[in-house]
Design a protein around this ligand. Sequence first.
Ligand code: MF3
Ligand code: CO
Ligand code: CO
Length: 372
Amino acid sequence: MSAICAAPTCGKETASALKCPVCLKSGSSHVFCDQSCFRGAWTSHKSIHKKEDGSDEVYDPFPNFEYCGELRPHYPLTPRRAVPKHIKRPEYADNGRPISEIKNDRIGKITILTPKEIEKVRKVGAMSREILDATARHIRPGITTDELDAILHKECTKRNAYPSPLNYYNFPKSMCTSVNEIICHGIPDQYVLKDGDIINLDVTIFYLGLHSDLNETYYVGDKAKADKDTVNLIETTRECLELAIAMVKPGVAFRDYGNIIEEHATKNNCSVVRTYCGHGINQLFHCQPNIPHYARNKAVGIAKPGMVFTIEPMLCVGTYKDTTWPDRWTSSTQDGKYSAQFEQMLLVTEDGVEVLTARKSDSPGGPIPRIQ
Ligand code: MF3
Ligand code: CO
Ligand code: CO
């Protein structure tokens, strides 16, 4: 009988019977191709022992909280991942406070990138896409969101990039993983993905002094791809972002994107989240302009060549209303129904837009047909 290699960065079928000593003792079924898979996976693999030998249970840190849906946090979180010393860190990396961002908010001017910075941001955008894709290739039933975070972290550091979420306002992990009813800002933990789940990976990197931010929502296993409402939600969200991007050019007002997004969402029986918006991004993770995704918003300003910002609509099957878990990050729908999101980082050009984080022909995920 063959099994899947338990190294999250491998995931290939193997006939090997190589087990780690703890799994061998507990009778657990995890096997590794070879010593190299075993050694590479050890740090993240050992965290599952706690679940299986019962000595250090996975637990809900907020047992009295009234959750809106079925998902729960699965603690303990793994320790903070280290970033090698030679990698340039954003200013909040040590104390959690993005001071320049806070100061800049009081001025609110929109940055125009210089030609040199534009050259750089193209590189950073392409790299962030590579990193998201490399991580998303490991999505499958059975992997934990923390294992995905470990993979993402490694993909960043091996390219000398800092994972921007890490310690941004004390966010504990290197990316956001938002499962099912989670709208955004989910924290990677010991939750094991199952067939029928959906997951958004939101990746931001800091490289060459600039941030690049993108996210996609993926189907986990075949059950998710076979559920009519789930497919409609994800595909409608994907299309909303595409429609908004198609409008971007100099002179278009930031308030206009929300109209086309909400129109397409409503036509497809989805609602649009109002609490979280697209944003300017450059040397700062979040700055002006603010770009709401809902209709008839009052966002100020118009696009000009050299501006860089994200559009990142979040749509829901049921209510658009959100609530935040006691971890002060995880944002859930109030009715526990699924939510999806897509995000791209955009450069306004002289006559249109350049998608700095565009998909490549071999990117994992991508659209599937709706179910009748
Ligand atoms: N990447 C998110 C965005 O699209 C922000 C995440 S903030 C974090 O704007 F701290 F949660 F990482
Ligand atoms: Co993002
Ligand atoms: Co963003």
